[in-house]
Design a protein around this ligand. Structure first.
Ligand SMILES: [Zn+2]
Ligand SMILES: [Zn+2]
Length: 383
């Protein structure tokens, strides 16, 4: 057996290449080795894949425009080279002797973040902020202080807490459809599903944009879960068209029209549930102001500026709650898998580009695609 495996490496903006890395090994009884068979591009990856993101962050931090805490991610956050990818479905190749919840040959979702499943935060469901890895985020597919865990577009991946992290794919669910279950799908789910459970049928508003697939999935999931009305606001005609096919009501805004300042209500009285997937301060403000009294707004994007302004007086008067934070997929995954298995929400409806695994270095740089998924056949039989 060769002692290296192929791993897709992010080198710099618009450059991904296959490199050989040391073959991962089981280092303890709770671990597993898996082989990814489908992998997807997280919306946030577009920042460094398509833009000179690391340099912008370093420069922004140096001139105090960007929140200095970005340095928590390393002196040169998102600077290549690093092993790429943090969304995948994999086949289990080997397990340690203490692993009981997955078997060799299982198809599993591998969450983007490392979590032990036992610490107080993991037990609260905050699995992406596991206390065993307190310094910063610990995750696949990033460099700097987050990294060291390998990337998911690779021939082998080590999972340090297999029972806590891996979630078997139910029979009948396609590894291609669920390639984003590591991150973006549960991120979309958490932005609408718990709130619709608390308020069945409530109208939902999604401001789409940079979190391109998350916004669309949030709209589609809200429709699937019975929201009486889902308004999807965006400037991008392709995404607006997809939103319509998902059963949402597309609201087109002209690029540069400063629509967010107009604060025109899409729904008189506001939406009890709103989502900002634009990853823009103005989009966030729009989503907050669109919320109905007592409403909840979930922000799934990044807001990096030092001191992002918020309409706090408006929020006080309207009693609007704002939730900002990383997604914790493990807590949501069973519900997400159930929803897709029920047929009520089909992730393919967001029109991902599905490419051959070997074409990953080129396909993942497709700036037009809502989502890119790469796929290859499994080598083991499902158990
Ligand atoms: Zn991600
Ligand atoms: Zn933990």
């Amino acid at each position: 057996m060769p002692d290296t495996v192929a791993s897709l490496t992010f080198v710099r903006k618009r450059r991904l290449e296959w490199r050989e890395v040391p073959r991962p090994e089981l280092r303890g009884p709770s671990e597993a080795l898996v082989r990814p068979i489908t992998a997807a591009r997280c919306d946030a990856d577009c920042l460094f894949l398509l833009h000179d993101y690391s340099r912008a962050l370093q420069l922004g931090a140096a001139v105090h425009v960007i929140d200095p805490e970005v340095r928590e991610l390393g002196d040169r956050p998102f600077a290549g080279p690093f092993a790429y990818g943090h969304e995948c479905v994999a086949e289990v190749l080997a397990i340690g002797e203490a692993v009981t919840r997955v078997r060799v040959g299982d198809r599993v979702v591998v969450p983007w973040a490392i979590s032990c499943g036992r610490c107080p935060r993991c037990r609260l469901g905050l699995t992406s902020r596991c206390e065993r890895h307190p310094s910063t985020l610990a995750a696949y597919g990033f460099g700097g202080r987050i990294g060291g865990w390998g990337g998911m577009v690779s021939d082998m991946l080590r999972v340090p807490y297999a029972d806590a992290m891996l979630v078997p794919l139910p029979p009948g669910l396609s590894p291609i459809d669920m390639a984003s279950a590591s991150d973006n799908l549960p991120d979309a789910w958490r932005s609408v599903a718990p709130h619709l459970r608390a308020r069945p049928g409530a109208p939902v508003l999604v401001v789409g944009g940079a979190a391109r697939s998350i916004g669309l999935c949030a709209a589609g999931i809200a429709v699937a879960l019975g929201a009486e009305r889902v308004d999807y606001v965006d400037t991008d005609p392709t995404r607006l068209g997809i939103a319509a096919t998902l059963g949402a009501h597309p609201v087109a805004l002209e690029r540069g029209a400063r629509w967010w300042r107009r604060r025109a209500p899409v729904l008189a009285g506001g939406h009890p549930i709103t989502v900002d997937a634009s990853s823009r301060e103005d989009g966030l403000e729009y989503a907050i102001r669109a919320a109905a009294p007592g409403g909840v707004c979930t922000a799934v994007g990044f807001y990096l500026r030092r001191g992002t302004p918020l309409p706090l007086w408006h929020m006080y008067l309207k009693d609007v709650r704002l939730h900002v934070g990383v997604p914790h997929p493990v807590a949501a995954l069973l519900d997400v898998l159930d929803l897709v298995a029920s047929g009520r929400f089909d992730p393919r409806r967001i029109a991902p580009r599905v490419a051959d695994w070997r074409d990953a270095p080129e396909a993942l740089l497709d700036g037009d695609a809502t989502k890119v998924i790469v796929a290859r056949p499994a080598e083991t039989r499902p158990s």
